[in-house]
Design a protein around this ligand. Structure first.
Ligand SMILES: C[S@@+](CC[C@H](N)C(=O)[O-])C[C@H]1O[C@@H](n2cnc3c(N)ncnc32)[C@H](O)[C@@H]1O
Length: 238
C-alpha cells in the first residue's frame, strides 16, 4: 500500500477499492528533489494522520490560510506564497517528485509561509482540516479525465463541493481553473447546484483570472495558440 492513501476495509476485512482522482506514476526523484525532501520536509512537510491540524501552531501565527489541491510541481503555489507573505499556504499533492520540486523551489525562494502534505487531498480535507478554517481553496488545472466513462474520476463532484464548503469560512472562496472547456461546464454545473455557495461571476458563469493566480508557462503558451482557460470562483455563503 502506498503511503499517500489509507487502506480501507469492509466489515469482513475485504479491501475496498475506491474511485480516485489520480493514478500514481511514481517517477524517480531528481537529486535536487530528493535532497529537498530530506532537508526541507522537516521544516515544511506535514505528515498525514487522520487528526485535525492546528493552523496557528503550524504557522506560529494567526493568519488567513489558503489551501491548494494538486499543486503539480508547485511553481505557481511557491510564487503565490512569495507574493503574499501575509497569508498562510498549504499545498497537497500525491505525486512525490512534484512535492520534492515544490520544496526545492520554496527553499530557494525563501518562503516561510508554506506547508505541504504528500497525500490524497480527499482524506486530508475529510480528516485533517478543521471546519470553517480556510479563507480560500484552490484547484488549478485538475486532471480533466477526458473520456465520459472516466468522468467519475474527476475530483469535482457534488460530495467534493460539500467537503470543500465545510473547510471554508463563511465568505471564503473556492477558486478553480481549467483549460478544458467541457470540464469548466461540468464544474459550473456541480457548483451551481451545490448548496451554500454563490457564484462570484456577475454573468453567472466564469470570472477573469484574478491577479493572485499567476499565469503558468504552459498557460501562456496556450494563450498564444488561442486556447482558452476558465476561472471559476464560488463563495461560501452558508
Ligand atoms: C493536471 S495536474 C495540474 C498540476 C498543477 N495544479 C498545475 O496547474 O500545473 C493535476 C495534479 O493533481 C494531482 N492530484 C490529483 N488528484 C489528487 C488528489 N486526490 N490529491 C492530491 N493531489 C491530486 C496530480 O498528482 C497532479 O499533479
Amino acid at each position: 500500500m502506498s503511503d499517500v492513501t489509507t487502506a480501507e476495509f469492509n466489515e469482513e476485512g475485504k479491501y475496498l477499492r475506491k474511485v480516485r482522482s489520480f493514478v500514481l506514476r511514481e517517477g524517480r526523484l531528481t537529486k535536487g528533489q530528493a535532497a529537498a525532501m530530506e532537508q526541507q520536509w522537516p521544516l515544511m512537510g506535514l505528515d498525514y494522520s487522520p487528526e485535525p491540524i492546528d493552523l496557528a501552531q503550524i504557522f506560529g501565527r494567526e493568519a488567513d490560510t489558503v489551501l491548494e489541491i494538486g499543486f503539480g510541481m508547485g511553481a505557481s503555489l511557491v510564487e503565490m506564497a512569495k507574493a503574499s507573505p501575509e497569508l498562510n499556504f498549504i499545498g497537497i499533492e500525491v505525486h512525490k517528485p512534484g512535492v520534492g520540486a515544490c520544496l526545492s523551489d520554496a527553499a530557494k525562494a525563501g518562503v516561510t509561509n508554506l506547508r505541504v502534505f504528500h497525500h490524497d487531498a480527499i482524506e486530508v480535507l475529510e480528516n485533517s482540516i478543521v471546519a470553517g478554517s480556510l479563507a480560500r481553496v484552490q484547484l488549478f488545472f485538475p486532471d480533466p479525465w477526458h473520456k465520459k466513462r472516466h468522468h467519475k474520476r474527476r475530483i469535482v463532484q457534488t460530495e467534493f463541493a460539500q467537503q470543500i464548503r465545510r473547510t471554508l469560512k463563511i465568505g471564503g472562496v473556492f477558486h478553480l481553473a481549467t483549460d478544458w472547456e467541457n470540464y469548466s461546464e461540468y464544474m459550473l454545473e456541480v457548483l451551481g447546484a451545490a448548496e451554500g455557495y454563490q457564484n462570484q461571476s456577475t454573468t453567472g458563469d466564469v470570472v477573469q483570472r484574478p491577479e493572485h493566480r499567476p499565469l503558468t508557462k504552459f498557460e501562456a503558451r496556450g494563450h498564444r495558440l488561442g486556447h482558452g482557460v476558465w476561472d471559476i470562483m464560488f463563495e461560501r455563503i452558508d
